[in-house]
Design a protein around this ligand. Structure first.
Ligand SMILES: *[C@@H]1O[C@H](CO)[C@@H](O)[C@H](O)[C@H]1NC(C)=O
Ligand SMILES: *[C@@H]1O[C@H](CO)[C@@H](O)[C@H](O)[C@H]1NC(C)=O
Ligand SMILES: *[C@@H]1O[C@H](CO)[C@@H](O)[C@H](O)[C@H]1NC(C)=O
Ligand SMILES: *[C@@H]1O[C@H](CO)[C@@H](O)[C@H](O)[C@H]1NC(C)=O
Ligand SMILES: *[C@@H]1O[C@H](CO)[C@@H](O)[C@H](O)[C@H]1NC(C)=O
Ligand SMILES: *[C@@H]1O[C@H](CO)[C@@H](O)[C@H](O)[C@H]1NC(C)=O
Ligand SMILES: *[C@@H]1O[C@H](CO)[C@@H](O)[C@H](O)[C@H]1NC(C)=O
Length: 386
């Protein structure tokens, strides 16, 4: 249907362009007209209008309420206690968007987009040769119905329920959402709907929505709020003397953290920028950086603490600082092992040497020499076997 509407609009635009090309100056046409809409109180609505002409036409918005005695009155940017915003552009075509925030029942009525490029269009006494062209849309503002929400926790389960307590338009189904994720959907017409989660509040904190498939759509919100469930990225961190130590804590729970703080050995508060400390906190994550790690001063327990509107949560990170040499220990160990082996082999070979020298002295011919090498190889093999 939308594609059809676009097609019709495109055709309209072509027709208008054709008319303009033929008629020349003074003609105006709409290439996009505002569309009628249904909204709930406190919602907002946006109407769009686009016109074409030479010279570029001016666009105005007019409103007529549903009271029988009401007549059209012009709307301007900032009208209705600043709830009305009009954004117009005059660049090749004229476009205008009227945006009305926080709707009330009194905003229901007919909204008219008027366009004209007649030089005398706003003259009070002269009647313009070319009148304003008009395009209308209706906005229906419906009282937002009340949805009662409830969160129960029983037998290791969380039960979220929504109850629409007033009669509203036809209900074609329900949907439960957590953020953008659809959790459950049905096509029942009941006024109440429930969603169950296995587990505890701490594991499933967040903002959940029950959506009734009505026209317009209505929604209820249930927040599962808990104190911050802080977790350390790593419970124990290792750093080398002189390097920068990085300790990280996160909070995946709802509501988000408002303030993060770090403590040394359970109580000494760490001030950002003081000494060798730098704290970086962003939303649900905090990072404590300790520059030029020192074995005596920095080894110990660090506490990250998070506060949200429900309370406080914390986690401990243990930091161990190794000496620069410590990092070399495994390597030095291997070197020492190799040295010992080489020494043993060397001594062993030294001990064997006298026999071999004797052998050599006996013959001194090439085949014997090769014999000796074979002998040596055998020794090595035997040693390996041992
Ligand atoms: C229309 O009539 C109602 C009462 O019926 C009155 O409150 C309102 O002010 C009138 N509006 C105008 C524009 O005269
Ligand atoms: C007004 O409309 C222009 C063009 O559509 C857009 O770039 C701009 O962000 C709008 N301004 C406001 C305040 O909505
Ligand atoms: C919306 O309007 C109602 C009264 O009509 C008012 O109480 C409320 O504060 C307004 N909300 C906003 C966000 O302006
Ligand atoms: C929904 O609310 C109505 C009116 O308060 C009540 O009579 C009904 O029992 C509720 N339904 C559920 C499923 O809680
Ligand atoms: C749920 O939490 C959000 C974000 O903190 C808040 O804007 C909203 O008012 C809360 N809703 C309810 C029903 O408490
Ligand atoms: C908070 O953490 C969640 C995942 O744990 C992530 O998806 C989300 O983007 C984070 N929010 C902010 C504001 O950093
Ligand atoms: C700590 O200070 C650094 C720079 O001195 C700054 O970039 C950072 O945002 C600060 N952190 C907090 C949590 O204020």
């Amino acid at each position: 249907m939308a594609a059809g509407a676009e097609g019709v609009r495109g055709l309209l635009a072509l027709l208008v362009l054709g008319v303009l090309a033929a008629g020349g100056q003074g003609t105006t046409g709409f290439i996009k007209s505002p569309l009628s809409q249904k909204r709930l109180t406190q919602d907002s609505v946006e109407l769009y209008c686009e016109a074409i002409g030479n010279p570029i036409p001016e666009i105005q918005w007019w409103f007529e309420g549903n009271e029988p005695n009401e007549t059209y009155a012009q709307l301007w940017d900032g009208a209705r206690q600043d709830r009305v915003k009009i954004n117009a552009t005059y660049n090749l075509h004229s476009t205008s968007t009227i945006y009305i925030a926080n709707l009330t029942g009194d905003d229901s009525g007919t909204y008219e987009c008027r366009a004209s490029n007649d030089p005398d269009r706003n003259h009070l006494s002269k009647s313009p040769k070319v009148k304003w062209i008009r395009s209308q849309a209706n906005v229906f503002v419906i009282e937002r119905p009340d949805i009662q929400t409830e969160l129960r926790s029983a037998a290791g389960k969380l039960v979220l329920s929504c109850n629409l307590t007033e009669t509203f338009s036809l209900i074609e189904g329900h949907e439960w959402k957590h953020g953008d994720k659809i959790l459950q959907t049905d096509s029942e017409s009941s006024t109440s709907t429930t969603y169950e989660i296995e587990g505890k509040e701490e594991e499933h904190s967040g903002s959940y929505q029950c959506i009734y498939k009505t026209s317009p759509e209505i929604k209820g919100e249930i927040n599962i709020s808990v104190v911050p469930q802080v977790v350390a990225y790593k419970k124990s961190e290792h750093g080398n003397e002189g390097d920068t130590g990085v300790l990280t804590c996160k909070n995946p729970s709802f509501p988000p953290v408002s303030t993060w703080s770090w403590y040394r050995n359970g109580k000494e508060s760490i001030v950002n920028g003081s000494g060798r400390y730098i704290i970086k906190s962003s939303g649900n994550k905090t990072e404590l950086r300790i520059l030029k790690l020192n074995i005596e001063e920095d080894t110990g327990d660090y506490l990250c603490s998070a506060t949200n509107s429900f309370g406080k949560g914390e986690a401990t990170v243990n930091l161990r600082v190794r000496s620069r040499l410590a990092a070399l220990w495994p390597f030095l160990g291997i070197v020492a092992e190799v040295l010992v082996l080489v020494t043993i082999i060397f001594i062993y070979e030294k001990r064997r040497k006298p026999d071999e020298v004797l052998d050599d002295d006996d013959g001194g011919s090439a085949p014997l020499k090769s014999n000796a090498t074979n002998h040596k190889d055998k020794n090595v093999r035997q040693r390996n076997a041992n």
